[in-house]
Design a protein around this ligand. Structure first.
Ligand SMILES: [Zn+2]
Length: 347
């Protein structure tokens, strides 16, 4: 039995660090990742290169000394995004990608795109400059059942965008269905997909059966078990198109434990222990490095991190806090529901 593995330092290709006291509290939990794509859905959202540069400075200030993390900034695509600013910000090394939220799809997404024809010049400029588009792939049409929103988005929005914009590099963020897995596999090198830690662990029963569990509520919402299994197979396959994007998304408990609670799971503190558990369970520990440390870098045209981390399986479970404090707020850490014997040694 393997009880110790080393990997290239992993990257997190989808991460929410928020701002203010929450930023200060949660950022250290991602400090041992090499690079992280930082989501721009602040209030107000990060929509210009100048705002992205200022946000990056706030993140760097929140990192502990010696942290590995290099924030990779994104812009929030709106109906009025300026293609010139996008291309210049990318050329100057301020941003790594642009994020597409359909208006109203998730936390702080009210500024999202309402009309895809209006953003066509931006998408064409991005295709030309090789700037990836990170896509929250859910329709927001109230007529579409929430469990079908990813599959419908692929047909109604994503596939048409890709057909109309040849050469556009697209990341399907946090896929949750076998439809998403299949569509990602139908693309070439210009199409990738991130998979979260929590979607490899929970299905919709975890949220809804035997009482409602707000800490497992996330968007896209977890689907039925067959979809979770499809995600597990994709993540552990080693295929280059699938890579880790935790979508670690802290919210104060006060905001989650409400009649209308927020969506998001805070997985930054224990992600690597959970992933090691899952990959071992699926007989794929040798492919964890591809998923967490290699495939995403290749998609983004970056070298893998040069240094390494070590995970060791011990007889005693790794101790992670059940909650952390962010100023006056309490944030609950994602509970996978099983003990974590894999310890992250070299943070
Ligand atoms: Zn997200």
């Amino acid at each position: 039995m393997t009880d110790s593995i080393t990997l290239r330092r992993p990257d997190d290709w989808h991460l929410h660090l928020r701002d203010g006291a929450m930023l200060a509290a949660v950022t250290p939990y991602s400090a041992s990742f090499g690079r992280a794509i930082i989501m721009p859905n602040l209030i107000p959202p990060v929509v210009t290169g100048d705002q992205a540069a200022a946000y990056r400075d706030r993140i760097l200030a929140a990192l502990p000394g010696g942290a590995a993390l290099q924030p990779q900034m994104t812009l929030y695509l709106t109906d009025t995004t300026d293609p010139v600013d996008v291309v210049a910000s990318h050329r100057d090394g301020i941003i790594r990608a642009v994020k597409l939220y359909p208006a109203g799809a998730t936390t702080n997404s009210a500024s999202g795109v309402t009309d895809f024809d209006r953003v066509r010049p931006v998408l064409e400029a991005m295709a030309e400059a090789g700037i990836p588009l990170c896509v929250h792939g859910e329709v927001t049409d109230p007529e579409v059942d929430i469990f079908d929103r990813e599959a419908v988005f692929i047909d109604r929005v994503l596939d048409p965008i890709r057909r109309k914009t040849p050469g556009l590099r697209v990341v399907m963020e946090h896929i949750t269905t076998s439809d998403g897995v299949d569509y990602a596999r139908s693309g070439g090198d210009d199409l990738g997909a991130t998979i979260t830690t929590h979607h490899l662990v929970i299905n919709r029963n975890h949220i809804l059966a035997g009482g409602i569990r707000p800490h497992y509520y996330c968007l896209p919402v977890a689907k039925r078990e067959t979809h979770r299994i499809a995600l597990r197979k994709a993540a552990t396959s080693g295929e280059g198109r699938f890579f880790l994007g935790t979508d670690s998304a802290p919210h104060p408990d006060r905001a989650k434990l409400q009649p209308c609670g927020c969506a998001g799971c805070f997985t930054a503190p224990n992600t690597m222990s959970i992933l090691a558990h899952i990959f071992e369970e699926d007989g794929a520990l040798d492919r964890l490095e591809a998923f967490a440390s290699l495939n995403g870098a290749t998609f983004y045209g970056l070298p893998p991190n040069q240094d390494r981390i070590r995970l060791t399986r011990r007889d005693t479970a790794a101790a992670y806090p059940a909650t952390i404090q962010a100023g006056d707020e309490t944030v609950t850490v994602f509970d996978p529901g099983f003990p974590l014997y894999w310890h992250l040694e070299d943070a």
